[in-house]
Design a protein around this ligand. Sequence first.
Ligand code: FAD
Length: 278
Amino acid sequence: MDKIQTHAKLVVIGGGILGVSLLYHLAKEGWKDLVLIEKGELTSGSTWHAAGQCPHMIGSYNLAKVHLHSTNLYKQLEKETGQATGFHDCGSLRLAYKQEDIEWFHYIKGILDNVGAPAEIISAQEIKKIHPFIRLDGIVGAFYTPEDGHTDPTSTTNAMAKGARNGGAKIYRKNRVTDIKLLPSGEWKVFTENGDIVCEHVVNAAGSFCPEVGEMVGLKNIPSINMIHHYLVTDEHSEIKKLTKTRMNDRTSSSWKNLKVLKKKKLQLKDKIVKLSP
Ligand SMILES: Cc1cc2nc3c(=O)[nH]c(=O)nc-3n(C[C@H](O)[C@H](O)[C@H](O)COP(=O)(O)OP(=O)(O)OC[C@H]3O[C@@H](n4cnc5c(N)ncnc54)[C@H](O)[C@@H]3O)c2cc1C
């Protein structure tokens, strides 16, 4: 691989969705001379493993704004960059099994109303209209966010990478950052396998490896730890396949489906729903 450039305004370490998103947004803001360095391929860290759920139902005001911004961005990024993101705006349902869940939903709805993310608290009967395959035993209602969905994390990251490159940012892959030193000038020297680069700002977006990168500048004990996180990928179910993407998790999570497709197929499905019911 060729040596990398020797100077930049900002160097992002890590080409997961976080680092690439930052690169994209700074390029959009008009920042010039941006560089990202990735030791493997873009998304080869946690991003590659992500299920890609992009829920609007978030109990923090600022994070809810970030999530809404993300889904709005993913919906139009292909138009801007020519690279598909794989985003499906299928909407989501979060099920309530007790009255406290509904009270919690009201709290979240207050946040989403402020942020501008559409949300409704719906009855168990209304769930059936949206998702005919859910058994309603014990369910007292649901939180319905019609405009969120799920995305393909790798395609989404690559779409943002393309947007960042279009804005002049440079991405170096297969190049590990090995050390960082503060220079007397106040600039940073980032040491990489393919040469060193001096810059004004360094961003640690190394995901699971951010403690190791933090240690390069003397930061000990960055409070970041890997957690076990898993999901199941099953064979296709012929009826569910017709509804496109459907995800049903347990009571703390979401159930997904493509509402637009369902609306079109509602009549054809009616018979099958009866057959599937216990
Ligand atoms: C099984 C699973 C399912 C998930 N599902 C979801 C979901 O549905 N929705 C959701 O929002 N989130 C989900 N997540 C979480 C999500 O994947 C992460 O929050 C996100 O990908 C983190 O992105 P990142 O850019 O911070 O880190 P990463 O994607 O890990 O990127 C860090 C990058 O830094 C690079 N790097 C590290 N050290 C160096 C170095 N010294 N030099 C150069 N490069 C370096 C790595 O190679 C890596 O590519 C899931 C995670 C897992 C594991």
